[in-house]
Design a protein around this ligand. Structure first.
Ligand SMILES: *[C@@H]1O[C@H](CO)[C@@H](O)[C@H](O)[C@H]1NC(C)=O
Ligand SMILES: *[C@@H]1O[C@H](CO)[C@@H](O)[C@H](O)[C@H]1NC(C)=O
Ligand SMILES: *[C@@H]1O[C@H](CO)[C@@H](O)[C@H](O)[C@H]1NC(C)=O
Ligand SMILES: *[C@@H]1O[C@H](CO)[C@@H](O)[C@H](O)[C@H]1NC(C)=O
Ligand SMILES: *[C@@H]1O[C@H](CO)[C@@H](O)[C@H](O)[C@H]1NC(C)=O
Ligand SMILES: *[C@@H]1O[C@H](CO)[C@@H](O)[C@H](O)[C@H]1NC(C)=O
Length: 338
């Protein structure tokens, strides 16, 4: 009788202990649940909208130019009034854009994708001065062998209503990788400016359109890039900037003018390190300020060459593999989209 009594008390004690434990656990759990809304309760007494000022017209133009470097919006806005007798500058909405970077021209059975245009008046060029238009064409036009349909450049000069219209005289394939009907080929078109007696001093046109008939209304328009050498640009600095520029450290640091991007380096087994050095030194001699690589598995000896360049000539060689994701892929298959 006494023993069963003690056992009963023991069992009761155990039950009470378990209940107490459950109550404690529940209490703790409830407390933690109640904590959450307290923490997330934040009082906002103003709307978190962007209150920065809108950019000025000049700032907007600069922003647009950064996004669409080859589209001559500023030049379009300062065109002189009046209709040319031959051709017509297209309106911004009358351009066949493919996207921010490319405009399209259909010429006979070919499609030209227009990327940019560059004024070339280098002394050693016999044809100079000329405007070179960089395009991708869906036709492997072997230079001087395959004929392209007739194409004209309408060259638009600052403050002049009439364009200068010239034939496209040369189609230079700039990256030879063989044929293939579904591909497009980087092709450099030459539009020679008419010769005058002092050709080299001739003014550069500010925009160019490609057309299939001499006086067609164009549906494309790109800025003609012309960046004369440093000696003449230095003169154009505004006065305040020039005094800042008068600082030996800043004078030594020339702005990057010419950069070379290399497609993904994919030489896993073949050691081309000696060719790489030769090529990099050639780039340096030709005036390249920077060479950008994408290391897509190189022979270890080639990686060593690049690492050595990055150490000994910082800034000259850059390895772009630090970028990640699809952005990198887009860049490495497209050379130079940065
Ligand atoms: C365009 O036509 C020419 C001649 O008819 C032909 O040689 C060429 O392959 C054609 N190009 C394309 C991209 O179809
Ligand atoms: C330019 O095109 C015209 C016809 O449109 C042609 O008569 C002339 O020979 C061409 N000039 C050159 C240099 O190809
Ligand atoms: C170019 O020079 C020649 C003689 O050197 C002269 O006869 C001609 O008129 C000049 N042309 C122009 C456009 O100045
Ligand atoms: C600018 O640099 C030149 C020489 O490099 C020096 O003679 C001149 O005093 C400098 N001017 C100023 C404002 O520092
Ligand atoms: C030159 O510019 C650098 C950085 O822009 C600055 O640190 C330095 O003090 C300047 N030197 C002179 C002499 O103004
Ligand atoms: C180049 O690679 C080979 C094989 O890995 C190696 O034997 C050789 O030492 C390397 N050359 C240099 C200069 O490191």
């Amino acid at each position: 009788m006494q023993a069963s009594h003690v056992r009963l008390i023991k069992i009761l004690f155990v039950i009470i202990a378990i209940k107490l434990f459950i109550v404690l656990v529940l209490f703790g759990y409830n407390n933690s649940v109640e904590d959450i809304p307290e923490q997330s309760m934040v009082f906002i007494d103003e709307l978190l909208v962007d209150k920065s000022d809108e950019p000025s017209w000049e700032q907007r133009l600069a922003l647009i130019r950064k996004e669409m470097p080859s589209f001559p919006l500023e030049e379009l806005h300062r065109r002189p009034l009046g209709e040319p007798k031959c051709g017509k500058v297209p309106a911004a909405l009358g351009i066949d854009f493919s996207n921010d970077y490319w405009q399209t021209l259909n010429n006979a059975n070919l499609t030209y994708h227009i990327f940019g245009a560059y004024y070339d008046n280098r002394e050693k060029m016999i044809e100079a001065p000329l405007v070179r238009v960089l395009t991708m064409i869906n036709h492997y036009g072997k230079r001087d062998v395959v004929k392209h349909p007739e194409t004209f450049c309408q060259l638009w000069f600052r403050n002049r209503i009439e364009p200068v219209v010239v034939n496209v005289t040369d189609y230079k394939i700039i990256w030879i990788w063989g044929g293939g009907s579904t591909m497009v080929y980087p092709t450099l078109l030459s539009c020679c400016l008419p010769k005058t007696n002092d050709t080299k001093a001739q003014e550069a046109p500010e925009m160019v359109s490609l057309v299939t008939k001499r006086c067609d209304k164009a549906r494309n328009l790109v800025r003609v890039v012309y960046e004369p050498d440093e000696a003449s640009t230095a003169v154009t600095y505004p006065p305040q900037q020039q005094s800042k520029q008068n600082n030996s450290t800043q004078l030594q640091k020339k702005p990057l003018r010419f950069m070379v991007c290399v497609k993904a380096m994919d030489f896993i087994y073949k050691d081309l390190s000696w060719r790489l050095i030769e090529w990099l030194e050639l780039m340096r001699l030709l005036g390249a300020g920077k060479v950008v690589f994408y290391d897509a598995q190189m022979h270890p000896n080639m990686t060593r060459v690049l690492n050595d360049y990055m150490e000994t000539s910082p800034g000259f060689v850059e390895d772009s593999n630090s970028d990640t994701g699809s952005e990198l892929y887009r860049e490495l298959v497209n050379d130079c989209l940065k």
